[in-house]
Each structure stands twice: as structure tokens, then as C-alpha cells.
Write a protein that binds this ligand. Structure first.
Ligand SMILES: [Zn+2]
Length: 277
């Protein structure tokens, strides 16, 4: 079952032409995925071994599968900590590739969203905590293991990792892929999951959904004009979850699609299995 799941995922990644690499780290640890900033990697380990990565104990599926991901600026040296039944710890090192990111200038966003006033700042802090909490809500089912489809089809207008300059002022990097499609375009769940956040009006991201795909993997949908699900809903791959809009810090209608491992930002274009839109 375990081998079947990972072999299937590997097949999907190959089918999409995405370079998925397999690494044997010894100690019964096999990893498979994109060993690069923004990449997602699945793995298997002996059942008796607890696996930790970046100070988290990794949830394990019933077949032993675990998953982890690399943030935008994660360093090249990475390690797994293995803890055996006696409590003995051992570090296993591996490396990931570093990326160079573009600079993207975005002009014409509402000035209030570039330089928020103190009242807005208090709201932003509340909402940031709420979103971070939703990314910690983790199902133990490996919904992600069947792969991801594109939630909408349309031209890519913003890529993962870009340094953003809003109305001439540098701000946080971009952590998703932007798909430019008309307002009202339906958004389809890219994989099965559980809705852990559904908010109509967040300060930066407007209408926002977070979808838990299990074991730390979650996805986000921003700037939506309409939400068709609520917190706690279970959704299936291909189910309509909302409509594209331009709410929040946006210049026009598009879907900003995010993928995360807990709080780490992954690149949806690295892990999406259907052809590019
Ligand atoms: Zn975006």
C-alpha cells in the first residue's frame, strides 16, 4: 500500500514533466519529490522510528508515509532527526537546491493596503494569527498523495517567490501562483481536503479559503468574490469552492493560489500534476 501510494505519486509527477527525485538516506529512509526551495517531499521510514524535520514531529499515514516541504529561503543544508524506540536520536543530512527569485512591480493597489494605518495594523495582526492557526489544523489523512490539479485554468500573472514592490514600495515576497481569469470564474479544489478557514473579507487577501490536505499540507485561495464552502466542510478534488474576485490587495481579478507545509510556503507550480494552464 505504502509503495503503491508513493509509486503513484511519482508517476503523476513524471506525467507532469516535473523533476521528482528519489533519495535513499540510509537508515530505512526513502525520500521522493523536489529537493529545492518551495519543493514538497514525501518519505517512508521504518514504523518504529519517529521522524522530525525543522523541529516538528512528522505525522505518519497508516501506511507510514510522511511529507515535508521547503520554505522560500530555506538553506541548502537540511536534516531529518530520527528517534528510535529507545529514544536514541540520530541526524540524517541532505541538501536542497537554492533558487533565484524575480522582482515584480505591482502598481495601482489600494494605497491603504500598502501603508496600513494603526487601526488596520491591529486587524492585520489578528487576521495573520487566525490564518497561521488554520495552517496548523492538520488531518492525519494523506489527501495530498493523489496529487494536485489546477484550481482554475488561465495565464500565470505572478510566480512563487518574487520580491514584490507595491505602488513603488518593497513589501513581502509573493508566495503563490497568480492566475489571471475573469471575476466570477469558478475555483475547483485541486485535491481532497477539509476547509479550515473561510473568511469573506481579510485585509490583504479579501475572500480567503484554506484547505487542509492532511499531514501539514494545506492550500490557500485569495481575493475571492464568493465563497461556496464554510469552515469544517469536507471537499473532494474538483469540487467548486468559490469564485474568482479582486478583493483585498489586488489590482484586478485573479486567483492567488498558495500551497504550504504548515507555515512554510511551497511552490504550487512544482507540485501540480495537470499540465500548466
Ligand atoms: Zn498572489
Amino acid at each position: 500500500m505504502m509503495l503503491k501510494t508513493t509509486a503513484f505519486l511519482f508517476f503523476l509527477l513524471l506525467a507532469a514533466g516535473i523533476h521528482a527525485e528519489t533519495r535513499d538516506l540510509g537508515h530505512g529512509i526513502q525520500l521522493q519529490g523536489q529537493f529545492v526551495q518551495g519543493g514538497m517531499v514525501t518519505g517512508t521510514a521504518p514504523a518504529a522510528v519517529t521522524v522530525q524535520f525543522q523541529n516538528r514531529t512528522l505525522p505518519r499515514a497508516s501506511d507510514g508515509l510522511f511529507v515535508l516541504g521547503f520554505n522560500r529561503d530555506d538553506p541548502p543544508e537540511q536534516q531529518l532527526v530520527l528517534i528510535d524506540a529507545k529514544g536514541d536520536r540520530q541526524s540524517v543530512l541532505f541538501s536542497i537546491r537554492q533558487r533565484a527569485y524575480d522582482v515584480q512591480k505591482v502598481n495601482g493597489v489600494p494605497p491603504r493596503t500598502v501603508n496600513p494605518d494603526p487601526k488596520d495594523m491591529a486587524r492585520i495582526e489578528r487576521e495573520t494569527a487566525q490564518v497561521a492557526q488554520a495552517r496548523e489544523a492538520v488531518s492525519t489523512l494523506p489527501f495530498f498523495s493523489k496529487g494536485f490539479r489546477w484550481p482554475v485554468k488561465g495565464p500565470v500573472s505572478g510566480v512563487y517567490g518574487s520580491q514584490r514592490i507595491f505602488n513603488g514600495e518593497p513589501r513581502s515576497p509573493h508566495f503563490g501562483v497568480d492566475l489571471a481569469v475573469p471575476a466570477g470564474t469558478p475555483i475547483f479544489a485541486p485535491a481532497d481536503g477539509v476547509i479550515t478557514l473561510a473568511e469573506k473579507d481579510l485585509f490583504f487577501s479579501g475572500g480567503t479559503i484554506i484547505l487542509d490536505h492532511g499531514m501539514g499540507i494545506n492550500s490557500g485561495y485569495l481575493h475571492m468574490s464568493k465563497l461556496l464552502v464554510k469552515k469544517g466542510d469536507k471537499v473532494k478534488q474538483g469540487q467548486k469552492i468559490g469564485l474568482v474576485g479582486s478583493s483585498g490587495r489586488a489590482t484586478g481579478p485573479h486567483l492567488c493560489w498558495r500551497l504550504n507545509w504548515y507555515q512554510s510556503r511551497l511552490d504550487p507550480q512544482l507540485v501540480t500534476v495537470t499540465p500548466k494552464p
